[in-house]
Design a protein around this ligand. Structure first.
Ligand code: M6R
Length: 366
């Protein structure tokens, strides 16, 4: 049942404040302001290294989580797409743990990579949306994402709930490893608990994105740029647009632009710049100005403060305002404009949003 929405994808995008609340309350005690993980799970105080793997959108969740585990838990992290990891001869570290992320819990490559890691003696955790799935059953530890059934082929709420679950795990790992103090844990869990409210706030801007998305829908190619935790979101934005609107899109780390892709820039290529006001904001904005100097049309996604600051360097083609949030939850909140842009572009093009061509919801063959 799509309720008041035209597509399951729209319904699932709008469900995010609620399901994120479920995901976060499964791991965060709002009164004690601490992360409480299920009994018998991975003991992060003893973990020597972390490997994370998945496919598609779930893989981008591992890339975001890499920043979190490095920053908050000081854990060495390796991530790879499951179809590569399973065929690599990985020298897994003794005492290591491996996390596999999957909405369906049935993705063939992810399952195969999980089995390899288990055989190599890694403690294996599954971050899945379907708790009865094969990946959930075969893991040593299960961390459900609580997003509820996702029908649209494009992953939306499953992704943000994966992020919320991974953020909880990274904070827990930081505490277990003695990297985060009690005050840090209180602050970070407090920030995480605010994510659903900021996502709801962002969703109020849904209608206002339609016009800009309709313009993006006329492009042949679109670039997405981001740095740090926004780099995986640039990849995710490009995947979403390709998947449901069939527009060619590429996600790039903003600093990588001058190593090749800047040659693509002309007035016909919209460049979506994801720039929360974090430690690399200035760097991203200066990359954006390089694009503008070459005639590129930039769509800047930032907070009102960020948009105002960037405007001092020249007027951008388009703007999307996002609530100003702590860098911890920026990837969760910035997922929403990325999803809405792809959704409205697809609607403008008249594609089959929930069931895009050539795609299946669950990829159970390699
Ligand atoms: O069920 P999974 O999370 O394992 O699926 C992984 C990918 O197939 C999936 O995320 C795919 O990339 C989505 N359709 C993207 O929107």
């Amino acid at each position: 049942d799509k309720g008041e929405h035209r597509h399951f994808m729209a319904k699932e995008i709008h469900e995010q404040p609620e399901v994120l609340g479920h995901a976060i309350s499964a791991y965060v005690d709002p009164v004690g302001r601490k992360v409480v993980l299920p009994e018998g799970g991975i003991d992060f105080s003893k973990v020597t290294a972390l490997t994370m793997s998945a496919c598609g959108t779930a893989f981008y969740a591992t890339l975001v989580a890499k920043y979190w585990f490095e920053t908050y838990a000081r854990l060495p992290v390796e991530t790879d797409i499951a179809s590569e990891l399973r065929y690599r001869d990985v020298p897994y570290r003794e005492g290591g743990a491996a996390l596999f992320i999957s909405q369906s819990g049935e993705t063939a490559d992810t399952l195969a990579a999980l089995r390899d890691a288990k055989e190599a003696g890694q403690q294996v955790g599954a971050i899945v949306n379907v708790p009865e799935s094969t990946i959930a059953r075969e893991a040593d530890a299960l961390y459900p994402t609580h997003a509820g059934p996702e029908i649209g082929v494009a992953s939306t709420k499953a992704f943000t709930c994966q992020l919320a679950t991974l953020a909880s795990l990274a904070i827990a790992a930081g505490v277990a490893r003695g990297v985060l103090s009690r005050e840090d844990e209180e602050r970070l869990t407090g920030v995480l608990l605010e994510a659903p409210r900021h996502v709801a706030e962002m969703l109020h801007a849904d209608k206002s994105l339609e016009a800009i998305a309709a313009e993006v829908a006329t492009a042949r190619d679109v670039l997405y740029l981001g740095r740090g935790g926004s780099y995986p979101l640039a990849l995710e934005g490009a995947l979403k647009l390709k998947e449901i609107s069939y527009i060619h899109a590429e996600g790039y780390a903003a600093g990588e632009l001058k190593h090749g892709p800047i040659a693509l820039i002309d007035e016909a290529v919209p460049v979506v710049v994801l720039a929360p006001r974090d430690a690399v904001f200035d760097k991203t904005i200066s990359n954006m100005h390089e694009v503008m100097a070459r005639g590129g049309k930039c769509l800047l996604v930032s907070s009102a403060e960020g948009l105002a600051e960037a405007a001092r360097g020249g007027k951008v083609w388009g703007e999307i305002a996002v609530p100003e949030v702590d860098p911890l939850i920026a990837p969760i909140v910035y997922s929403v404009p990325v999803q809405l842009l792809a959704y409205h572009a697809a609607v403008a093009k008249g594609t089959d949003v929930d069931q895009p061509r050539n795609l299946a919801k669950s990829v159970t063959v390699e």
